[in-house]
Design a protein around this ligand. Structure first.
Ligand code: WT7
Length: 647
């Protein structure tokens, strides 16, 4: 018996368009395979060669030291991430190239060239030093999507302070817990931010949190809104006043390759959030390299990753990866549907964005809002699309391909995690044919496999546990302050092998299909089904916008399958539609996956990064009180509403 049964039958294949291939960094599958094979047969040789694309202040003496589960990359090497993202471009024609193009939600724009960004980073790095921040200290960043957020991250990197960004949508309590765990000395924030036409009062949350964070000595506040806010004398400082007085001369500190670059907290399902620790050399190398090859990034591109800097995607692919490559990265402060549901398309047309990277949750929202919105705008500048964060259901992929990509742009469906730091399973767009819903093949140096509960590789087509069998440069190094939890969470289930927590299968071409978190697997009459496949089947019905399936205890079958469904705008939920959807799932994947119950709801509970919280839906489906951590839930009213809607 297999561990997770796969029931999906997607069969479409999209070869890289010839025009795209011709201009790509990697132009064929053969070329990709040659590089990949080398990265696997001689990983240390491969990574040493690639590492030469970075600037090192002192060369390393050993590429990898692997004492499972603890890895060190480029042992003995010294470098500075901000030097790699900024200074090295100043010696080239890129000095006056746009590094960051920013647009605020109200519509104002700012552009920072590499030269200007470098100056701002140096000045803010000096500000941090004057506030007593030394190499090795932690700095909290609780900011809107404004250029100063990137400046603060790079300034920390410049002096070797470890930053910990807390998403600006999180509460004062969430901020307090994370900052206490990290023992931050300084918090950088703003008076507020714009979100969906309303003001988010960041500084007020900091004021509520800081009295309970004894390590914090200073708060630096960017004036984003200009509202009158209380400033606590001696503790709070205006960013612009400190920066004005600071020198722009700040040499990059030579840091050990294993110097901790950042701590980013991910919410576990139970217990306190885990502080995922990433270090400098290996992390920078894998993010820079994947940015270049996965996005086929060129100097002419305008790159837009829509993630917030509060998530790892914002670290690796809004800030560090693009800047390390000397690219132009777009930052947008606000919501995709403000003032209208076409804001993203307007931004793409206005800034002539050529590479666009977003999440399935956003794509499903665009589908729900209707294709009249993107149709209003000239999206012809786009040449490549990307997705990350969840399995993308094939119908959403097809919509993205046809409506946004005009059937012309390849789509890179990139699988990775906060813990992996950079992309792990992903198409290389000029080389690897794509299949809707598959992340295709592992990236350079990544040895991924699908195994059963004993750690043995499962046959082609069978579901199982996704594992990574060898260390990789951008892997997390530990959980901050808790190496036992690190070892326990990721390396214990399959000793010496990294367990991702995801279910997956491989097809006959070796392509990976992610089936969702294994915690979410549903056991129906002995069949263990991944959530992603059943949800895909539901979403492939023309009336459905979004679906989440969970198990509820059932005497007969072990678990009964409950589907929470949001219908598209203009559709009416009814018993007839319920019956229609159940039959549709049977037709798409078979009788074992027939939902026992369908509940319509206007919205699904999601984390702030857009992931459906199936744990909460499980409680609702089985009539339980919601237990456990709900601090990352985006909209509490959704939970109350779902309970009211019970049949
Ligand atoms: C989990 C990691 C990676 C940055 C954003 C999320 C799911 C992520 C994909 C994808 C299928 C995906 C996995 C993974 N996931 N990308 N392309 N296809 N699933 O980072 O919050 O650490 O979440 O997101 O379940 O384990 P994260």
């Amino acid at each position: 018996m297999t561990d997770i049964e796969s029931v999906q039958k997607e069969g479409r294949v999209f070869e890289p368009p010839q025009g795209f291939r011709d201009q790509a960094h990697i132009k064929s599958l053969a070329e990709f395979r040659a590089l990949y094979d080398r990265s696997i047969q001689d990983p240390e040789g491969f990574w040493a060669e690639q590492a030469k694309t970075l600037v090192w202040q002192k060369p390393w003496s050993q590429v990898l030291e692997w004492k499972p589960p603890f890895a060190k990359w480029f042992v003995g090497g010294k470098l500075n991430l901000s030097e790699n993202c900024l200074d090295r471009h100043l010696a080239t024609w890129r000095r006056n190239k746009a590094a960051i193009v920013w647009e605020g939600e109200p519509g104002e724009t700012r552009t920072l060239t590499y030269l200007q960004l470098h100056r701002e980073v140096c000045r803010f790095a000096n500000v941090l030093k004057e506030l007593g921040v030394a190499t090795g200290d932690r700095v909290g960043i609780y900011m809107p999507m404004i250029p100063e957020a990137a400046v603060a991250m790079l300034a920390c990197a410049r002096i070797g302070a470890t930053h910990s960004v807390v998403f600006g949508g999180f509460s004062a309590e969430a901020l307090r817990d994370r900052m206490n765990d990290a023992q931050a000395k300084v918090i950088v924030t703003a008076d507020g931010a714009w979100r969906r036409g309303a003001v988010v009062k960041l500084k007020a949350a900091v004021d509520a949190a800081v009295p309970a964070i004894p390590s914090v000595k200073s708060v630096v506040v960017v004036k984003r809104l200009g509202d009158d806010i209380p400033m606590s004398a001696g503790r709070d400082h205006w960013w612009h006043e400190l920066v004005e007085a600071a020198s722009a001369d700040c040499p990059p500190v030579a840091l050990d390759s294993e110097h901790p670059l950042f701590i980013l907290y991910t919410s576990g399902t139970t217990g306190k959030p885990k502080g995922v620790v990433h270090t400098t050399g290996g992390y920078l190398l894998q993010t820079a390299l994947s940015t270049k090859y996965v996005f086929d990034l060129k100097d002419e591109d305008t790159f837009w990753c829509t993630a917030d800097i509060g998530w790892v995607t914002g670290h690796s692919y809004v800030v560090f990866g693009p800047l390390a490559n000397g690219a132009t990265t777009l930052m947008y402060e606000g919501a995709p549907n403000w003032p209208e549901p076409d804001r993203f398309w307007k931004l793409i047309a206005k800034h002539r964005v050529s590479i666009f990277y977003t999440a399935p949750t956003a794509i499903r929202a665009f589908i729900r809002w209707g294709e009249q919105w993107p149709r209003k705008h000239d999206l012809s500048s786009l040449r490549l699309l990307g997705t990350v964060g969840e399995p993308i259901n094939p119908e959403a992929w097809m919509w993205y391909h046809a409506v946004i990509g005009a059937s012309r742009c390849p789509i890179v469906d990139t699988w990775w995690q906060t813990e992996t730091g950079g992309m792990m399973i992903t198409p290389i767009p000029g080389a690897i044919a794509t299949k809707p819903g598959s992340g295709t093949l592992p990236f350079f140096g990544v040895v991924a496999a699908v195994v059963d509960k004993d750690g043995k590789e499962v046959p082609v087509g069978d579901g199982g546990y996704l594992v990574i069998q060898k260390p990789w440069p951008s892997m997390l190094r530990t959980i901050y302050g808790d190496p036992e939890r690190y070892a326990e969470t990721y390396w214990k289930r399959f000793p010496g092998i990294y367990f991702t927590g995801d279910g997956a299968r491989r097809d006959k071409d070796g392509y990976f299909w992610i089936m969702g978190r294994v915690d979410d697997v549903i056991n129906v009459a002995g069949h263990r089904l991944g959530t992603a496949e059943v949800e895909s089947a539901l979403v492939s019905h023309p009336r459905v916008a979004e679906a989440a399936v969970v198990g509820r205890p059932d005497e007969l079958k072990g678990q009964a399958l409950v589907a929470f469904v949001t219908v598209k705008q203009g559709q009416q939920p009814s018993d007839a539609v319920r019956a229609e959807l159940k039959e549709h799932v049977v037709k798409e994947i078979g009788a074992i996956a027939r939902p026992d119950e369908i509940r319509f709801s206007e919205a699904l509970p999601k984390t702030r990064s857009g992931k459906i919280m199936r744990r909460l839906l499980r409680d609702i489906a089985s009539g339980k009180e919601t237990l456990g951590d709900t601090t990352t839930l985006e909209d509490y009213s959704v939970l109350a509403k779902l309970r009211e809607d019970e049949e």
